[in-house]
Design a protein around this ligand. Structure first.
Ligand SMILES: [Zn+2]
Length: 77
């Protein structure tokens, strides 16, 4: 697992202050994420991102997008 660092503002926070969002997987990510089904593989799925308390609510609303689209959208504000 990656440490909790917000995907938008890069702030480091305590896991209890923010949260993680599983975004829609792109075809590329689905391929990449297959390795997580293999026994003993430990890592961070590429469609999973952390958000601090300032960004978690907005991020959750965009979870039907892919992570890169959602982050682009969130950074506009
Ligand atoms: Zn943030």
């Amino acid at each position: 697992m990656r440490p909790p660092i917000c995907a938008i503002c890069k702030k480091r926070f305590a896991p209890s202050d923010g949260g993680k969002v599983y975004f829609k997987e792109t075809e590329e990510q689905k391929e990449y994420n297959k390795r997580f089904d293999e026994p003993g593989f430990v890592g961070h799925p590429s469609h999973l991102e952390w958000f601090c308390e300032d960004h978690i609510e907005a991020a959750k609303e965009l979870k039907n997008l892919s992570s890169s689209e959602a982050i682009k959208e969130l950074k506009k504000d």
